[in-house]
Ligand binder design. Structure first.
Ligand code: TXA
Ligand code: MG
Length: 353
């Protein structure tokens, strides 16, 4: 076991001495978890194959699922890719720094392990001051998947990272809770028209306002597992965001959803199971179960996104056998929330009407 050091920083104005200490670890091939505006990332030098192998091992991540490469300036992209299209430039200008990851045809300076043998690379410039300071001080593009053990909900604070990775990584920069709470939106620009592979912090609606032609990969809204040949992003085929307990997602109009959830909660309780319900402010008090938690108001989905992964971890820590979850609207950031919930349920979805 390694000793994992914790570097506490002010998220708005991180102490240069601490950033320097973390950057030295990255430069020596070590692993540092750091906050971004979406979720915490687990960083390693993207140009150092040995460091990247250590990164996969620490997360217990399958080697076929490549991390996102994080840069601190747009000019870095030209070095890491073969071809930066007009559309790419428009998107970078509109959304960087920010929660948008772009997939490009890659250049040869990136080691094969960093991209899991693919001909493409996923790149993003985060907005968080700590992330940007770390990338600059390290003077290399930083590969960073979310800083959780593979398959667990993504970490939205430093404690989540500690729970999963203490003893497995060199350092955690603690910059407080993250702001967006779900990961970045991934858009594939290696094909035309561009395709949204993972919904996230930048909404589909916002993307369409900037480039009018962008398709949604069928996986984004899939309500069951898609055949493997339809997959464009390696992350699509791995189970994700899953708590230990079985998660069941109930979709449909609100009153039939709440009725169904209460009916299921009673049925499971009767069978002797411990039941958790993930509700919203509007419905929270109408349920009876062992654990009932609220994502926030149905009308402020940005807050629900912020709370989502933390609440999945917290309900799980209550040792429930089953978590029944209310669906929300798929508009705006709701598309990312519903995508994560469907994946977390392993597509155990009940449709009510
Ligand atoms: O917000 C985020 O994106 C966070 C923070 C830390 O930046 N990072 C993150 O990384 O969520 P990760 O590794 O957990 O998810 C990256 C996703 C995976 O689904 C992966 O399969 C996909 O991006 N991806 C990576 N490289 C790709 C490529 N060349 N083509 C298609 N998809 C790719
Ligand atoms: Mg992840």
């Amino acid at each position: 076991m390694k000793e994992t050091i914790i570097l506490k920083v002010n998220p708005e104005n991180p102490a240069p001495s601490k950033i320097k200490m973390a950057a030295k670890i990255i430069q020596k091939g070590g692993l540092v978890a750091f906050p971004t505006e979406t979720v915490y990332g687990l960083g390693a030098d993207s140009l150092n194959s040995t460091a990247i192998l250590t990164l996969f091992e620490a997360k217990k991540r399958p080697l076929d699922n490549p991390p996102i490469v994080h840069v601190a300036s747009q000019t870095e992209v030209y070095r890491l890719t073969q071809d930066v299209s007009k559309k790419a430039e428009v998107l970078m200008k509109a959304f960087w720094p920010g929660p948008l990851t772009l997939v490009f045809k890659r250049s040869n300076i990136i080691p094969t392990v960093t991209v899991a043998g693919l001909e493409t690379v996923a790149i993003r410039m985060p907005k968080h001051k700590v992330a940007l300071a770390l990338i600059k001080a390290s003077a290399c593009p930083i590969a960073a998947p979310s800083a959780n053990l593979a398959g667990k909900p993504s970490p939205t604070n430093a404690n989540h990272v500690y729970e999963d990775l203490n003893g497995r990584i060199d350092a955690i920069i603690d910059g407080g809770p993250t702001n967006i709470g779900v990961e970045s939106t991934v858009v594939d620009l290696s094909i035309d028209p561009p395709m949204l592979l993972r919904p996230g912090g930048v909404t589909f609606e916002a993307l369409k306002q900037v480039i009018n032609e962008v398709k949604l990969h069928p996986f984004v809204e899939a309500k069951k597992e898609l055949p493997i040949e339809n997959i464009r992003s390696p992350g699509m085929k791995h189970r994700h965001y899953a708590p230990k307990a079985e998660l069941i997602l109930i979709e449909g109009n609100l009153s039939s959803v709440t009725n169904k959830i209460q009916e299921l909660a009673e049925e499971y309780t009767h069978k002797g199971l411990r039941v958790g319900i993930l509700a919203t402010d509007e419905t929270e008090t109408s349920y009876k179960a062992d654990v009932v938690r609220s994502l926030g108001s149905r009308s402020i989905l940005a807050v629900a996104a912020q709370n989502l992964f933390r609440l999945l971890r917290e309900i799980d820590a209550e040792n429930v056998d089953v978590i029944i979850v209310e669906s929300v609207s798929s508009e705006g950031i709701g598309l990312a929330i519903m995508n994560r919930l469907r994946k977390a349920s392993g597509y155990h979805i009940i449709k009510t009407e």
